[in-house]
Design a protein around this ligand. Structure first.
Ligand SMILES: NC(=O)c1ccc[n+]([C@@H]2O[C@H](COP(=O)([O-])OP(=O)(O)OC[C@H]3O[C@@H](n4cnc5c(N)ncnc54)[C@H](O)[C@@H]3O)[C@@H](O)[C@H]2O)c1
Length: 389
């Protein structure tokens, strides 16, 4: 019997991973361990919360004693660790919380896994500690080609209209860590602890570093859901600097699929980079969002150009407002995920245009979810749902 703790399962990516595992593996027991910080929202998992192979446990990963007890009581065989403080802007204001959760929390899980599994006759046999990390640990890449060049690789997920790289270098698994923000420094530190537990104690660990995710259920402090909501309500769209920063975007369900594959087939002690082969400047992605939302809401205007052609115009382009750049804002992230492609056969499945269309549609169709999050009402969901369980 596989009993897996997924930490951070009521957050954005974690909820997709929990949903995938609960639905795909009815014979596994899936324990969603989450403290429910501001970023945790159990409404993200409404559709699976009554499944017999699913259990939610409200717990802080830093609470070593409780984690240890849970592992023993539930005879846990695997951990997929996503719980973290994840927002760079918050890390700049409050680095201590990031060190506590991302570093000490990861250490507490590692130590509990080590002690519990070592106490079993089979020890680490058949066990897995899978740590989910970010590409931000590698620092920033140079933007040697601000106009974009033909990228050296392509997949079905790459954008059809816009398929560019903004430099020759990419993040590969052997690159030196050079984190710049308190968030990425804390994640980098946690990655080092995970690898140290393998090297020192033989704990069967795996680390993956993924690029920016987008899709349903993302907390609307992050660019894509925040901007979709602002466009809908015709609120200003604050763009850092000139909007030139480049990120590599991956649809969240493709990340969840990669996690499933790597958890089952990845090699112990390996690192895999996960990315979308899909680089975008922030300003370009914001324009795509405006076009997609305006189209969905019937706001597009048809005008006649000087040459007599009919052209579409998007009134909400006016909402773009340039603001002072984020301190230490990394210029370019771009993942080379060919190792994962080569060794385990993973590729993103969804073309970017389709992923963005689905994402915009989801946020527009789920205004109630958005209102609950923006009003803070989602924090009462736990009491309503779980108080008497
Ligand atoms: N979002 C991205 O684009 C991205 C990209 C690469 C990697 N990651 C990594 O993936 C993981 C998940 O990211 P996300 O965007 O889904 O984050 P999120 O902020 O949406 O969710 C984080 C979850 O962790 C929980 N949590 C926080 N502190 C906790 C604690 N002390 N104990 C227990 N639970 C706690 C929160 O309640 C929340 O449910 C993180 O480790 C992040 O570093 C994210």
């Amino acid at each position: 019997m596989n009993t897996i703790i997924i930490t951070g399962g009521a957050g954005f990516i974690g909820s997709h991973v929990v949903r995938l595992f609960v639905n795909k593996y009815p014979d596994y027991r899936i324990i969603n361990l989450d403290k429910l910080t501001y970023a945790g929202n159990l409404a993200n998992l409404k559709d699976i919360e009554d499944k017999p192979n699913y259990k939610f446990v409200k717990m802080d990963i830093c609470d070593f004693e409780s984690v240890m007890k849970l592992m023993q009581e539930e005879a846990v065989t695997g951990i997929i660790h996503l719980a973290a403080e994840s927002h760079v802007d918050r890390s700049i204001k409050d680095p201590f919380t990031f060190a506590r959760t991302n570093v000490m929390g990861t250490l507490s899980l590692l130590q509990a896994a080590k002690l519990y599994w070592e106490s079993l006759p089979e020890r680490f046999e058949g066990k897995r500690f899978y740590h989910i990390s970010t590409d931000e640990v590698y620092g920033a890449l140079e933007m040697t080609h601000p106009e974009g060049i033909e990228p050296p690789f392509t997949t079905v997920a790459s954008s059809g209209d816009h398929h560019l790289a903004y430099g020759e270098k990419f993040f590969t698994e052997d690159l030196k860590y050079q984190p710049h923000s308190p968030y990425s420094a804390a994640k980098a530190s946690s990655d080092h602890f995970v690898r140290a537990y393998h090297d020192t104690y033989g704990l069967p660990t795996i680390v993956t570093n993924c690029s920016n995710n987008y899709g349903p259920y993302q907390f609307p402090e992050k660019l894509i859901p925040l901007f979709i909501n602002n466009i809908r309500h015709r609120k200003p769209l604050p763009v850092y600097g000139k909007g030139e920063n480049v990120r590599d975007w991956l649809f969240v369900e493709d990340h969840a699929r990669a996690i499933d594959l790597i958890f089952h087939e990845g090699k112990v002690a390996e690192t895999y980079n996960i990315g979308g082969f899909n680089e975008w400047k922030n300003i370009d992605i914001i324009k795509v969002l405006i076009q997609t939302v305006d189209r969905a809401l019937g706001r597009v205007k048809l005008e006649t150009s000087k040459t007599g052609e009919t052209v579409e115009t998007y009134p909400d382009m006016d909402l773009i407002t340039y603001v002072t750049d984020r301190a230490g804002h990394d210029l370019r992230y771009a993942i080379d995920s060919r190792k994962l492609q080569r060794e385990l056969g993973w590729e993103p499945s969804l073309q970017f245009e389709e992923g963005i269309e689905r994402t915009v549609r989801w946020y527009l169709d789920n205004q109630e979810w958005m209102d609950n999050v923006t009003s803070g009402d989602y924090q009462r969901y736990y009491e309503g749902m779980y108080a008497n369980r």
